[in-house]
Design a protein around this ligand. Structure first.
Ligand SMILES: [Zn+2]
Length: 308
């Protein structure tokens, strides 16, 4: 059966899922999947201020529990940044810096850091507890040029939440130094293991959460978006394909307790590889998984190439 197409303003494409009052379309103008109708930026800001950020206690607590595991991945990212950027006085901007642990690793490695964090609890934690340089605002048209230029701009779990990811990336590109990098990490949605688990376990796509997640990326659509603003993709990787647990009999969907247990298992795997000094080998495993579109989250790093 042909899938149905739907349009909203300038956005049009096949419907890949519908939930609540929203459809997810594979948008032919944006070239990635997103919900329609799109949510007005002001309404979205209100939703985050009233519902999302105030439930930040768990969010900060989980990050703090995860610190040993988190630092493995943070250091892997900074290893790539340090290989690519060899000058002194390197500056990194983290848009949506959350509790700040990623930037803390940067400070420890000698980077000059700045974070934008609109959520009040995460802002207070990162600026007061971790002593970091954080602006308690969204990164926006009004403020993006006020803080100088950067060698790295890091966006972890941001692009899936906002109404106009292309515009945010374009602003970031404008304040990126020549040869600078933009590193984007997002959930890997509508991936092959999710689709298999949906069919096998007769589930609705649990990762479709309108308002919270507006956009749904995979390697191809994210790379295409980054290329379209002038970045050359230099690195793609992923992390543990956590949906494997579903197919092995651990149905963690909607079960937070089991979800945390499974999360602990995948952390154990990464920590075991780090403790046996096999982090590079682990990274090869994840890079191979990235090549076939797997991994719960994906990271794509693009470089600003200035034509000579
Ligand atoms: Zn669109």
């Amino acid at each position: 059966m042909d899938k149905m197409k739907k349009s909203w303003k300038n956005h049009s494409g096949e419907i890949v899922n519908s939930k609540e009052d929203f459809d997810v379309i594979d948008c032919e103008s944006c070239l990635f999947k997103h919900i329609i109708p799109l949510i007005d930026a002001k309404e979205l800001d209100q939703y985050y201020q009233e519902e999302f950020y105030l439930n930040a206690d768990h969010y900060i607590k989980h990050h703090t529990e995860d610190i040993e595991w988190g630092e493995i991945e943070y250091n892997e990212k900074y290893d790539i940044f340090d290989q690519q950027i060899s000058k002194k006085n390197k500056r990194i901007l983290d848009i949506g810096s959350g509790p700040g642990y990623f930037l803390k690793t940067g400070v420890e490695r000698g980077w000059d850091v700045l974070g934008f964090e609109p959520g009040r609890p995460a802002y207070e934690f990162s600026s007061q507890e971790l002593n970091l340089n954080i602006i308690n605002q969204p990164f926006s048209y009004e403020n993006y040029k006020n803080f100088g230029c950067f060698d790295i701009i890091h966006l972890n779990k941001v692009l899936e939440h906002i109404t106009n990811p292309r515009q945010l990336l374009s602003f970031s590109f404008e304040i990126l130094n020549p040869s600078g990098l933009i590193s984007v990490s997002v959930p890997n949605d509508f991936n092959p293991l999710q689709e298999i688990a949906c069919n096998y376990l007769d589930k609705e796509p649990w990762w479709v959460v309108p308002k919270d997640h507006i956009n749904y990326f995979n390697f191809n659509s994210l790379s295409r978006l980054m290329n379209s603003i002038g970045l050359e993709v230099i690195y793609r990787t992923s992390n543990f394909p956590i949906e494997l647990f579903l197919l092995m009999g651990d149905d963690y969907i909607g079960n937070n307790k089991l979800g945390r247990e499974i999360h602990a298992k995948r952390k154990n795997f990464d920590i075991a590889m780090a403790k046996t000094k096999k982090t590079k080998f682990k990274r090869e495993i994840y890079n191979q998984l990235a090549d076939i579109g797997l991994g719960r989250e994906i990271t794509v790093i693009g470089k600003k190439i200035i034509p000579k």
